[in-house]
Design a protein around this ligand. Structure first.
Ligand SMILES: [Zn+2]
Length: 292
């Protein structure tokens, strides 16, 4: 098992900021994952300083171990948001070690009654993202009540911006309901369920997510699905570097099963909305191609 220690540049910069008495300390938000950081930015900027810990699109978030700079950033934060459901257990540890009466912590899993053992990729459900945005907005108002009207307005804009994504999901569901797809990891699970797709090879996906060896029988079943084209599309999670997943990529290509690349963290320079829209559009194109 490969362990990775990241030094998030933004977090390091935040931690190094001097807390001078003359300059007003800005409202600071630390998000464990960059999609929550993006949502916080959409709701709070420029009235708060947002940093994200997990944002590297080339690494596997499940293998993350926090560095001391993350602990320092958290101890200075007024608002902290993280996924929970055992996705980022290092956050519980760091927050427990650096208690602060002045800090509000939002655990997204708790908002939607998910826990360890559930699919932790909660941000692939727009209803969960809406719940996270509402909780963030409430925390902003509590920390900075003078700007309540501003935070309320930005929340309204954000929630409205999710509606085109939900409309796209509904339109795709009407066309592709019940079609079988597969994936190398359960990243897209909630979105696939919202689309009414039948997801195959879930045991294999959990093994890859947990960085354990998939069972031989699960590998055989997955390969057979591809070779016999029992699935219309394979969703390929590009951030996990698992060798059996890479092998499946080659088999899918040989069998002419369309592959749609998806990412676990938000790609640099994108918004949450553009990221989800792009992946849905790519999937719709692949499903259409597979059906022709
Ligand atoms: Zn994952």
């Amino acid at each position: 098992m490969r362990k990775i220690v990241w030094l998030a540049v933004a977090v390091t910069a935040l931690a190094a900021r001097p807390l001078g008495a003359q300059t007003p300390v800005p409202l600071t938000i630390v998000a464990a994952e960059n999609f929550y950081g993006d949502i916080a930015t959409q709701l709070a900027a420029p009235d708060a300083k947002v940093s994200s810990v997990l944002s590297n699109p080339d690494e596997d978030p499940h293998m993350f171990e926090a560095s001391p700079s993350v602990a320092r950033a958290l101890s200075a934060a007024r608002i902290v948001i993280y996924n929970g459901a055992d996705y980022d257990p290092w956050m519980d540890k760091l927050l427990g070690a650096a208690r602060s009466a002045n800090r509000q912590a939002i655990v997204v899993a708790d908002l939607v009654h998910k826990q360890a053992g559930d699919n932790p990729h909660l941000w692939y459900d727009t209803a969960t993202v809406a719940a996270a945005a509402k909780a963030l907005s409430a925390a902003l108002v509590a920390a900075d009540p003078a700007r309540m009207a501003l935070y309320d307005r930005r929340l309204g804009v954000f929630l409205a911006s999710l509606q085109p994504i939900d409309a796209k999901v509904a339109a795709m569901r009407a066309t592709y309901y019940g079609m079988s797809v597969t994936a190398t990891e359960p990243v897209f699970g909630y979105m696939a369920a919202a689309l009414g797709l039948t997801m195959r090879n879930e045991r294999f996906q959990l093994a890859v997510m947990n960085d354990t060896e998939p069972a031989a029988s699960d590998i055989v079943a997955f390969e057979s699905d591809l070779r016999h084209r029992r699935v219309r599309v394979m969703l390929y999670s590009s951030q996990a570097t698992d060798n059996s997943a890479k092998r499946l990529l080659r088999i899918a290509e040989q069998a002419n099963v369309p592959v749609v690349g998806i990412t676990e963290t938000e790609p640099p320079g994108q918004t949450y909305q553009a990221w989800m829209t792009g992946e849905l559009d790519a999937l719709a194109a692949a499903l259409a191609k597979a059906g022709s």
